[in-house]
Design a protein around this ligand. Structure first.
Ligand code: ADP
Ligand code: MG
Length: 899
């Protein structure tokens, strides 16, 4: 390998001071000789060696390698040159302390990406050559200075470089050892160029073949000059081989040796070796880094446990708590909104009042506005149309229905008779004023006036009031039946009604779980058969006096006495019952159709309440028995039964069937044009009757007789098996509403969402907040890792210099440090996840004790664990990135000078 310095100059500028380290140095070297460089300290010897070795760059001139200028060398070329062509030996050995002798010797090959087996073989050969066979597994600090320098020489020779550069290799050794090293170098110089810097002229004279003296950056003496200029010129004209030039050996490698490549595995093993020499620090660093991971992992484990718990809960409740749609519902939000608006308006009015012209009187419309708002808040759902959609097998919604499917409820008209404490029969729908105002027996008769003002008409029958004008008393005695679970319009009519149907459960259950869970059973049992009813008390176990009067639980006298006492400002006498005594009380239900007496001539007569008819009505009725007494459960949000007595959907079904088969309904249906109550054609009863009028009258009659169409439910409960299905159902309803007039849209109540979504939201919000806090600890650990990597970089500065001298590229260097931080990050992540996994064991024991075994399991999902480990690696690497880059940018010359 022909080598020549051609007018090379190098100056260092530090601060304002310029130091001319090399000044126009031209030197040629033979392929095989032992050159000693002598000169006083600071004369530029090391600088020259570093420039020859490609570790430092010349300012001007040229370094000719193999007859080719290096002016256009790029970093990668220099790296490859150092790795393949140059071997460095330093005064202070510069072995890497955490690596074995073997690993140190292998280093140049390791950086070059040579396979393990080949590395080992070449390293063993090199060690044998320097007389250290069998010592390969020692660590450098287990060797003497001479031995260490031999290791350094073996390391320099392992790649069989064409040039060996030694900077004062014996400077730190005693004379005897120094001589051994010199002999070794002389041996080595037989088949390569050895350039050695030394302070010792005697050793130089004795061992080297040529001595070059430097002073102040100039070559002042050369015992055996070699003119390489001609070759250099030849090289620059294209003859790069140097073949035929005397004294030059044919180059063993191509002009630009292949690029240096170091695999990630190599970087990892280098860093692993380094870290394993600093086990305590690595463990501590990993532990510190893992704290953030433990924090996040614990929160995730807990929140995913809670969320799983809630999801399970939802799945359980989902199948029992439906989406419920009532024929009428109150839009509470819009109502509240309008009330608030009203208040604001009121405030504005007041403000106006103050400013108002005192000479004028104003009209205040707020009463109209508020009643309008209240009216608007009541939403009527067209359940007939919606049921058609639900029943259509092609409807999207059907695929999301749960096992429990859809449950329809219906309003059926009936009346209920009760015995009051005085032994009188009363209709439980009779107005309180009527009950107390006169002898109860006679009041009942007159109560049947067709005014409708006595509140006997249910919300569902409201349409009859107008349409039935010509039908007289047919409207009488219809029991109200608010669908349960509803927030139905609290119209005046329904206030008087004391009976409502409970929302049935799926599969023919009389009571839905929603209702069952919302009430506390005080006595008796829940309804079992169609004739069973529940007595529903309020939160204070009480019922209004009027209601009790209507139900026959207190007498008219008791009521009047209490009313008089209160009017006199006294306390009314306390009346109470043992709840157990209320169980078993009976009422008599008379269905609407049974109120009509068949006259035998195709006409029917209404049997009004009263002494004449009580016995007959009772004989036709069904006995209702109070099977249990309930009151709203604590904190129950869905305790929505709005009447004192609640009956089963089985009763409703029974009444529908009963009405369908009744004489009055079948007769009316058989002659749609004739009013069976009068035997006259509808056309003749209504002035200027249109077909619509006649049909309306017919429909009104059938409704009054208790005929209920299955097409027109009063409420629909849709069950889903899972949360996603329920969401999909909600979406289907939204899609159904899309593009429809507002009055044909469906509004519904989603009780499950009401109950659980807030909990899920809270859990998620809390987790997010906690994770945000813990993320701070991750940032802290990121910074900490950065600092530790920085320290590691400082500690390993020399090693960086050595690695660079051996041909490692900048990228290799940063790769080594990134590998180190990756290992730390991995340890931290695994430690964090592992510790969390261990923590879940006692956590589950505690949770199990608090909430019952198996209810809530705290567990870190594997995918979260994997993500957290990845995050730990990434964050740690981020922390080490800047120091690693700084390490990579470090000038190898300065790095080597570092102590
Ligand atoms: P020698 O090895 O002969 O003792 P050097 O080659 O190390 O000398 O240094 C030659 C001159 O260049 C000295 O004056 C030294 O102070 C200066 N020098 C060497 N390296 C640097 C540097 N990195 N920065 C500034 N000055 C330097
Ligand atoms: Mg020096």
């Amino acid at each position: 390998m022909m080598l020549a310095l051609d007018h090379v100059s190098k100056r260092y500028v530090t601060g304002g001071l310029t130091q001319q380290a090399l000044d126009d140095v031209s030197l040629g070297f033979r392929n095989s000789e032992f050159v000693s460089i002598l000169g006083p300290s600071g004369s530029g010897k090391t600088t020259m060696l570093n420039i020859i070795g490609g570790l430092d760059r010349y300012d001007s001139g040229d370094l000719i390698i193999d007859g080719v200028s290096t002016k256009r060398y790029r970093d990668a070329d220099w790296d490859a040159y150092r790795n393949h062509t140059i071997g460095f030996v330093f005064q202070s050995y510069n072995l890497i302390g955490h690596q074995t002798v073997l690993a140190n010797v292998e280093l140049a090959l390791t950086i070059g990406g040579v396979s393990r087996g080949e590395r080992r073989e070449k390293a063993m050969t090199a060690l044998a050559k320097v007389g250290l066979a069998g010592q390969e597994h020692k660590k450098p600090n287990q060797m003497s200075g001479g031995q260490m320098q031999r290791v350094a020489i073996a390391r320099a020779l392992v790649n069989d470089p064409a040039i060996l550069l030694a900077d004062e290799p014996t400077g730190a050794l005693d004379t005897a050892t120094g001589i051994q090293i010199m002999e070794l170098l002389r041996e080595v110089s037989k088949d390569r160029l050895v350039i050695m810097v030394t302070h010792n002229p005697e050793l130089a004279e004795r061992y080297s073949t040529r001595i070059v003296r430097l002073a102040d950056g100039h070559v002042v003496d050369d015992t055996m000059p070699f003119d390489a200029t001609a070759v250099a010129i030849a090289g620059s004209t294209g003859d790069a081989t140097g073949v035929g030039v005397p004294g030059l050996r044919k180059p063993r490698r191509g002009l630009r040796p292949g690029r240096v490549g170091m695999s990630w595995a190599t970087s990892l093993s280098l860093s692993f070796a380094n870290l394993s020499t600093k086990k305590a620090r690595t463990v501590l660093t990993s532990f510190a880094g893992s704290i953030g991971i433990i924090g996040i992992a614990s929160i995730l484990a807990l929140s995913s446990g809670v969320n799983t718990y809630i999801a399970d809960l939802q799945r359980d409740t989902m199948s029992s708590y439906p989406i419920t749609i009532n024929s009428q519902s109150v839009d509470m939000t819009s109502l509240m909104g309008s009330m608030m608006g009203g208040t604001t308006a009121g405030g504005a009015t007041e403000a106006k009042k103050a400013d108002a012209d005192r000479t004028k009187a104003h009209v205040d419309y707020s009463d109209i506005e508020q009643s309008e708002a209240a009216a608007n808040a009541v939403k009527t759902n067209d359940l007939t149309e919606f049921k058609r959609y639900l029943d259509d097998p092609d409807s999207d919604i059907r695929q999301y229905l749960g096992d429990n499917g859809i449950v329809y409820s219906y309003d059926v008209p009936f009346s209920v008779l009760a015995d009051d404490p005085d032994g009188n029969v009363i209709n439980t729908e009779t107005d309180v004023a009527e009950l107390t105002g006169d002898d109860t027996g006679s009041v009942a008769t007159s109560a049947m006036g067709a005014t409708g003002a006595n509140g006997m008409m249910s919300g569902g029958m409201g349409g009859l009031a107008g349409g039935a004008a010509g039908l007289g008393s047919t409207a009488a005695g219809t029991g109200s039946s608010d669908s349960s679970g509803s927030s139905d319009a609290s119209s005046e009519e329904s206030q008087a009604s004391n009976f409502s149907q409970m929302t049935p459960g799926p599969d023919g259950e009389a009571v839905s779980d929603l209702t069952r869970d919302s009430y506390e059973l005080l006595s008796g049992s829940w309804v079992k058969q169609s004739g069973d009813v529940m007595l529903v008390l309020d939160e204070n176990n009480a019922l209004p006096a009027g209601t009790l009067l209507q139900l026959g639980l207190i007498s008219a006298d008791e009521y009047t006495a209490a009313a008089d006492a209160i009017a006199d400002g006294k306390d009314a006498e306390t009346i109470d019952w043992n709840v157990d005594d209320l169980v078993g009380r009976t009422f008599t239900l008379v269905s609407a159709s049974d109120r009509y007496q068949d006259n035998g001539d195709g006409t029917f007569t209404y049997l009004a309440d009263g002494d004449d008819n009580w016995d007959e009505l009772r004989s036709r009725g069904i006995t209702l028995t109070v099977s249990g007494v309930i009151r709203p459960a604590d904190d129950a949000q869905n305790a929505t039964i709005s009447t004192a007595v609640a009956y089963t959907s089985q009763l409703t079904d029974q009444l529908i069937v009963h009405a369908d088969g009744s004489a009055v309904v079948t007769t009316q249906e058989a002659s749609p044009d004739t009013n069976v109550l009068t035997g006259t054609a509808f056309a003749d009863e209504i002035d200027d009757a249109t077909d619509d009028d006649i049909e309306q009258a017919y429909d009104d009659n059938l409704a009054a007789f208790g005929k209920v169409s299955y097409d027109a439910p009063s409420s629909i409960s849709i069950y889903a098996d899972g949360f996603d299905d329920k969401e999909a159902i909600a979406d289907c309803i939204t899609a159904y509403n899309q593009g429809k007039d507002e009055d044909r849209q469906i509004t519904y109540t989603d009780y499950v969402a009401l109950m659980t979504s807030s909990v899920t939201t809270i859990v998620n919000v809390i987790s997010t907040v906690l994770i945000a806090f813990v993320a701070v600890s991750l940032i802290v650990s990121c910074i900490m890792i950065g600092i530790i990597t920085r320290i590691s970089v400082l500690e390993r500065t020399k090693e960086i210099g050595v690695l660079r001298a051996l041909g490692a590229s900048r990228r290799n260097i940063s790769q080594v440090f990134n590998a180190e931080t990756a290992i730390i990050g991995l340890c931290a992540g695994l430690l964090g996840v592992g510790v969390t996994a261990l923590l879940t064991i006692p956590a589950n024991a505690v949770v199990g004790r608090l909430l019952g075994a198996g209810s809530l399991t705290v567990a870190l999902p594997v995918r979260y664990a994997a993500v957290l480990v990845a995050i730990s690696v990434i964050i740690t690497m981020l922390g080490g990135l800047l120091p690693a880059r700084k390490a990579a940018k470090q000038d190898p010359v300065i790095a080597l000078r570092a102590e």
